[in-house]
Ligand binder design. Structure first.
Ligand SMILES: C[S@@+](CC[C@H](N)C(=O)[O-])C[C@H]1O[C@@H](n2cnc3c(N)ncnc32)[C@H](O)[C@@H]1O
Length: 273
């Protein structure tokens, strides 16, 4: 898995501000349900360039601490660069199903769009619960239903149409692997958390044009970027055309650009006391 994400780490580093702005409201909610307050010790897993952890770091302040972790070295490097001026934020390289930490070390563990890539997700939740102090919280964000996320689904659906087969393939964990309240709740309770809640939050994307949308999004979606890198130019252009057609059908024109619908799920549970 880290090879795929490592290959898109430069694009994630370059577009971190765009991703963080898209997810700003949902990320505030993530750290709120995680119960993160001043002085807390927080771990972010599957952090990418660390956007959610940096939101947490504003809440903990310098009396707290935030550890940003990912299993792709390029992502950890991007997160470290963004946190360079924050002495209470550190980085680490490890996989979310084998967290390099003692038990009960953190007040909260957070994850933004990483749990669906764990195999299986409940194993990553169990690890997060292990390193969270009893009564502390584990909070995760995943994408909501594929049909309510045309801003991302239009790119994946374009590949599926081009090849006449589901994309990502059913055996590969993809961005919509935990896209229902029931699936996310099952992963959280299956990982041993208590008092689990899941809520849905709208997260539309507004950009100047659909061309800008394509330029940004197709390089971020790990499974898409790696599949396209292996294709001949002509096939890449055919997928781009299909994606733009789909996005055009789904888009609303706003005064300053185009908006594509999106929504996330924010799930939370307590580590057992
Ligand atoms: C969709 S990106 C999200 C990045 C970041 N959390 C954000 O929201 O900006 C998914 C991230 O999960 C990481 N990841 C995927 N599988 C992982 C695993 N098994 N353990 C740790 N990190 C993983 C990838 O390297 C990538 O940084």
């Amino acid at each position: 898995m880290s090879d795929m994400w490592e290959s898109v780490a430069p694009a994630w580093a370059e577009q971190a501000a765009f991703v963080d702005e898209h997810l700003a409201a949902a990320s505030e909610r993530l750290v709120e349900v995680a119960g993160i307050t001043e002085g807390a010790a927080v771990l972010e897993v599957a952090c990418g360039p660390g956007g959610a952890g940096l939101v947490a770091a504003r809440r903990t302040g310098p009396t707290g601490s935030v550890l940003l972790s990912d299993d792709a070295p390029g992502m950890v490097a991007a997160a470290a660069e963004r946190a360079a001026d924050l002495p209470h934020v550190d980085t680490a390289l490890f996989v979310q199903t084998a967290i390099d930490s003692d038990d009960d070390r953190f007040d909260a563990v957070i994850s933004r769009h990483g749990l669906m890539f764990a195999e299986p997700p409940a194993a990553a939740v169990r690890e997060a619960a292990r390193v969270t102090r009893p009564g502390g919280r584990v909070a995760v964000m995943t994408w909501g239903p594929r049909e309510d996320n045309p801003w991302l689904a239009a790119t994946l659906d374009a590949v599926a149409d081009e090849f006449g087969a589901p994309f990502p393939p059913p055996h590969v964990p993809g961005p919509f692997a935990l896209d229902s309240e029931d699936a996310l709740e099952a992963a959280l309770t299956g990982g041993g958390l208590e008092d689990v809640t899941v809520e849905r939050i709208d997260a539309p994307v507004t950009l100047a044009s659909l061309e800008e949308w394509w330029h940004r999004v197709h390089r971020l979606a790990g499974p898409l970027a790696i599949a396209m890198a292996a294709m001949p130019d002509e096939q890449r252009r055919a997928i781009e055309r299909r994606a733009l057609e789909k996005a055009e059908r789904a888009a609303r024109t706003e005064g300053h650009g185009v908006t594509l619908g999106g929504c996330v799920l924010v799930g939370c549970g307590q580590a057992p006391r």
